[in-house]
Write a protein that binds this ligand. Structure first.
Ligand code: SF4
Ligand code: SF4
Length: 359
């Protein structure tokens, strides 16, 4: 696969070329944070950021998405009682500057939306329309803040600052240019369409990437212990006595689930306006009591401790047991940075990993 190094001066020109073939999304500063947004004509992605406040999961899993609409007005003969699918935009898109942890997160999520028994056409078509161009977490002169954040723990969560899973190409920001490595055919096509004039001594560039990768991995100094999670007995963890203490401060605000790149819970609701209505698919959260409220009035997770436990058991035990593919967390640290009461998944994970029931 192609590896090229481009001058930073040529970057803006390449981005404009790319916009002829894709809708291009990238990080953009919004007040004191960065968010992913569609880039306008003449706008380049701002790669001088740590990580975006929200993960880019909403690019293919929108917070609220219409599925179908209907009309019950007997005066509208051609529309009455006809259910219509809401058309969506599955044209080619490129997300530039996604961090490796977010890209890996979406590979962990895919089996929930795309498996042998069930395929979510909205998620799959939207995800497959995107070319993911990652940004390695290397430190450069023009990113004075430096990487990683103190709450990044990707290297012990099955990921890393140069991880390539889920990416079509990886950008490495160096002091004197961008090295871009294609990882898939989609990534190679992206590079061809950008028509970047480039130095491309592949062996030299690959060696350069490997050196920067090692340096970046060595800078991560925050870790979780996960080695014993798979061997724990599920019911022992479920009935452990630490949950009451650990959940005490939680206010069930749901922030951790909304900012998490691997949280996938959604709900489907119908909204009626007079004689017409829309069926929506929208994010929900295991932290909210309504999420599990049955039509009968019974709620299997009616208390805070049950909902809190569900979040961590799902990510750190149920997922591990079901898929045998590590924890359902990539170490991006957003939930740690944004929890209003400082609940820290690293602490909960370590407690679960070392838990031994009383004899
Ligand atoms: S962000 Fe913190 S307080 Fe809010 S639901 Fe998550 S753990 Fe609880
Ligand atoms: S968790 Fe790792 S991959 Fe994610 S932003 Fe931090 S250093 Fe980069």
């Amino acid at each position: 696969m192609k590896v090229v190094k481009i001058d930073k001066e040529n970057w803006a020109e390449g981005i404009e070329k790319i916009k002829e073939s894709y809708k291009v999304f990238g990080p953009s500063k919004s007040k004191e944070f960065h968010l992913f947004k569609e880039l306008e004509k003449g706008e380049a992605p701002d790669l001088n950021f740590l990580n975006t406040r929200l993960s880019p999961k909403s690019m293919f899993f929108p917070q609220s998405e219409g599925i179908l609409c209907y009309c019950l007005d007997p005066n509208k003969k051609d529309e009455c009682n006809i259910v219509k699918e809401i058309q969506k935009d599955y044209s080619p898109k490129a997300i530039i500057g996604i961090r490796p942890c977010d890209a890996k997160a979406f590979t962990l999520v895919r089996p929930n939306f795309d498996n042998e028994e069930y395929q979510d056409p909205y998620w799959i078509k939207a995800y497959d329309s995107i070319t993911f161009i990652g940004l390695a977490c290397s430190n450069t002169d023009d990113s004075k803040k430096g990487m990683p954040c103190s709450s990044c723990f990707c290297t012990s969560a099955g990921c890393g600052p140069f991880n390539e899973e889920g990416l079509d190409a990886l950008i490495v920001n160096t002091d004197d240019g961008y090295i871009i490595k294609a990882l898939t055919n989609k990534g190679e096509e992206f590079l061809n369409k950008a028509e970047l004039s480039a130095n491309s001594n592949a062996d030299e560039l690959t060696a350069n990437i490997n050196t920067l990768k090692k340096q970046a991995e060595e800078k991560i100094n925050s870790f979780v212990e996960t080695d014993k999670l798979k061997d724990k007995i599920l019911l022992d963890l479920h009935s452990a006595n630490f949950w009451d203490d650990e959940c005490f401060a939680c206010i069930n605000c749901g922030t951790c689930t909304y900012v998490c790149p691997t949280c996938w819970c959604f709900d489907i609701q119908d909204e009626n306006y007079g004689d017409s209505g829309v069926r929506f698919k929208q994010w929900d959260s295991c932290m909210y009591p309504l999420f599990t409220l049955h039509g009968s009035g019974h709620n299997p997770r009616s208390t805070k401790v049950q909902r809190f436990r569900q979040r961590f058991m799902h990510k750190l035990k149920y997922y591990v047991d079901k898929y045998d593919n590590g924890i359902q967390c990539v170490g991006c640290g957003r939930c740690i940075r944004l929890c209003p009461v400082n609940i820290d998944i690293r602490k909960i994970c370590n407690i679960m990993n070392s838990y031994e029931p009383a004899a």
